[in-house]
Design a protein around this ligand. Structure first.
Ligand SMILES: [Zn+2]
Length: 687
């Protein structure tokens, strides 16, 4: 403990010595240099009028990412119907200033006007203390006499000198509604040197998480994420002939109208530096996300929650069934009690079904509160049954694309009248049923809609239904009822973006799909996302064994879909014990670095570990699916080499005492006596 204390003070001193985040403008050279002691980024408005990226450096490792002389690169990269603004556009400087923002950060504004007087573009850079990450966005102002349309924007407009090296790209699949074995699979690809790109299709209903990492064989790495929930295409490619690597990320089917003297604000994105492996890329991303972007967790000591969800009964729920489950759930230590799909008169008619809730849903909510639990409700806000009053009264509010969610039609959320109605319904539902938590559900939260009768541009569906659709609706309800927490779900985690983390405190990963797929989802999702965004639903069909409960130990909220009212006394005692074990580690895992040791597979043993620097504690979950190995040699990672640790197990009575160096080099045996067995390993620093 003493050694780790010294480590903390050294870090603090380094931060002070560098004076926190700062931005320096050199008016003679028209250069801007942003730095925080971890990262330094420099940009110039050249004497010819081109606004260019010069270099991004890692001040801790010495790694440098310099612009390629063969490929000038600019943060400005967008196109209107007729004009392209990029590294070849000449600008004059209109204004620039820096201001401080929260978390010891600095925000630099650089306002440029193109020499032909068509547009004013403001580049905004954010840099925060203690994160090797530059956040960035563009604002476009239309100076032409007519309406223009933004038809293309490059959100990740970075090209760098490739230094003659080879590069590997890394991306993670997201959930798809038709369950596939590759859900949340990590994909690693050596870049072709002749320019063929590695592609990431992200956003609602996309194929991958909205994140991409790249590194060379010397551990020099970059990662990037984009804060947009609609569909995007991102690529990274290398042209070794011309000596550069190049990122690009576009909002698909963009056609956003901008009236004269009006502005378009592009999505924020970030680029970060790491030196090491993909676990390090993930950790740097996650710490930045937790500090800067993510909706704060309600309470780091009691979150991620253990919750109960009624989906084990599908929609066959009523007040009596739920009361019986609430009694047992409270006894188990469940903190949040969620009533899933089936409580309302129909999808889109967000009033409790009087046949199921003769005393009203508010009475059940009050009962749940009286047991000391929070009350959560399912809300498929972008869907409505064709027979629901809202669609009977307003048949034109449907979107042109229909997701067919349990027979419902889809609503176009960027159509203002529908949006206003939905916001009022959300607020009423929260007030009437005393709701603490909303499970946002449905399918594809960014609907496609080309209707000419709606308030959005018919050709701008993807952007409009993201920013002016789902984002606007959720944000308005959250502003009106700020104490209600939201969970992201679209039949599963199929909107795994860095915009999503700003509105939701967690996200489901795989939908209720069993122990092994849940471990696979956590394994992949915890590269880009903090562990609390890897939520899991446990099913009755998983059984009640250590293998089942351990499969849900690692990650965000642990949701029991178990019919707990039907459990025997010994099963309740077992589950209560497991719930307490989960609670004992959740804060360590939430703030720790995730080490992906061995990926799950149907005939494999898998291992995932967390190391928390502050408490000098590690937790590893080791699980044997149908594999033949009865032991597994676990070599933990990230420990302090010279510190001495106690290693103990939740099942095996064996205890070890060794230094971090010994444990990491030699490992130790984890006993997995038969197929579908498991172990949870605790590694704790000795005083
Ligand atoms: Zn529409």
């Amino acid at each position: 403990m003493r050694l780790s204390g010294i480590g903390v003070s050294i870090t603090l001193l380094a931060g002070l010595a560098f004076g926190g985040a700062q931005s320096n403008f050199d008016a003679d050279q028209n250069t801007w240099t942003l730095s925080n002691g971890w990262i330094r980024a420099s940009f110039q408005l050249t004497p010819e009028g081109y606004f260019l990226t010069q270099q991004i450096s890692d001040l801790q490792s010495g790694d440098q990412w310099a612009a390629s002389p063969n490929r000038p690169t600019s943060p400005v990269c967008l196109q209107t119907d007729s004009d392209l603004f990029d590294a070849q556009t000449q600008f004059i400087l209109v204004a620039q200033h820096a201001e401080s923002v929260s978390l010891g950060g600095i925000r630099q504004f650089i306002t440029l006007q193109d020499v032909k007087g068509r547009a004013q573009i403001t580049v905004v850079f954010d840099l925060f203390n203690n994160h090797p990450v530059l956040r960035y966005s563009l604002r476009y102002k239309n100076l032409t006499p007519g309406t223009t349309h933004i038809t293309w924007i490059n959100m990740v407009p970075w090209s760098f000198d490739d230094l003659g090296k080879r590069y590997t790209a890394f991306r993670i699949n997201q959930w798809s509604v038709v369950a596939k074995p590759q859900d949340f699979e990590p994909l690693q690809t050596l870049l072709d040197t002749s320019g063929a790109g590695v592609e990431v299709y992200s956003g609602a209903d996309g194929q991958q998480c909205g994140w991409l990492a790249l590194r060379d064989s010397d551990q020099r790495g970059l990662f990037t994420g984009w804060e947009f929930d609609g569909r995007t295409k991102t690529t990274v490619r290398q042209d070794s002939g011309k000596g550069y690597v190049q990122f690009s990320s576009t909002v698909l089917e963009l056609n956003h109208p901008v009236e004269t003297l009006s502005e378009f604000q592009g999505p924020n994105t970030f680029i970060g530096l790491f030196h090491g492996d993909w676990d390090e890329a993930g950790y740097r991303t996650q710490r930045f996300v937790e500090s800067v972007l993510a909706k704060p967790a309600p309470d780091s000591k009691t979150f991620p929650y253990v919750s109960w969800d009624s989906w084990g009964y599908q929609d066959k729920i009523d007040e009596q069934i739920l009361r019986r489950n609430a009694d047992v759930a409270a006894n188990l230590g469940v903190q949040l009690f969620v009533v899933d799909l089936g409580w309302a008169r129909s999808i889109g008619d967000w009033h409790a079904d009087p046949a199921k809730f003769p005393n009203g849903l508010g009475a059940l909510s009050d009962y749940v509160h009286s047991l000391g639990m929070k009350f959560g409700l399912h809300f498929a806000l972008a869907e409505a049954d064709p027979s629901s009053p809202v669609l009977r009264d307003n048949p034109d509010w449907s979107a042109t694309e229909d997701s067919n969610y349990f027979g419902a039609a889809s609503l176009c959320l960027s159509n203002k009248p529908a949006q206003d109605w939905l916001i009022q319904e959300g607020i009423r539902m929260i007030d009437e049923y005393h709701v603490d938590w909303i499970v946002q559900d449905g399918q594809n939260m960014v609907k496609q809609c080309t209707k000419t009768t709606h308030t959005h541009d018919p050709a701008d569906s993807n952007y409009a239904n993201a920013v002016q659709g789902i984002n606007a609706v959720v944000s308005a309800i959250q502003q009106a009822r700020p104490n209600v927490l939201w969970e992201n779900c679209e039949d599963g985690g199929s909107m795994m973006t860095f915009n999503m983390v700003k509105s939701y405190v967690t996200s489901i990963t795989n939908d209720a799909s069993g122990a092994l797929p849940s471990r696979q989802a956590v394994y992949g999702a915890t590269y880009p996302f903090p562990p609390r965004y890897a939520e899991r639903y446990m099913l009755d069909s998983d059984g009640l064994t250590p293998y089942a409960t351990h499969s849900y130990r690692f990650g965000g909220p642990w949701v029991l879909m178990t019919k707990v009212a039907d459990l025997q006394a010994d099963q309740v005692a077992f589950l209560k014990d497991q719930v307490q074990n989960y609670k004992n580690q959740r804060t360590d895992i939430s703030a720790g670095k995730v080490f992906h040791i061995l990926a799950p597979g149907a005939n494999a043993t898998d291992a995932i570990q967390s190391y928390n620097e502050t408490t000098d504690t590690a937790v590893a979950v080791v699980t044997r699916a149908a594999s033949s190995g009865s032991t597994y040699l676990l070599k933990p990672k990230g420990l302090q080499a010279q510190n001495r640790y106690t290693v103990w197990f939740e099942i095996s009575p064996v205890v070890y005492s060794q230094t971090g160096a010994q444990l990491m080099a030699n490992g130790f045996r984890v006993m997995l006596p038969q197929p579908f067995s498991s172990e949870v390993v605790h590694i704790e620093a000795q005083q």
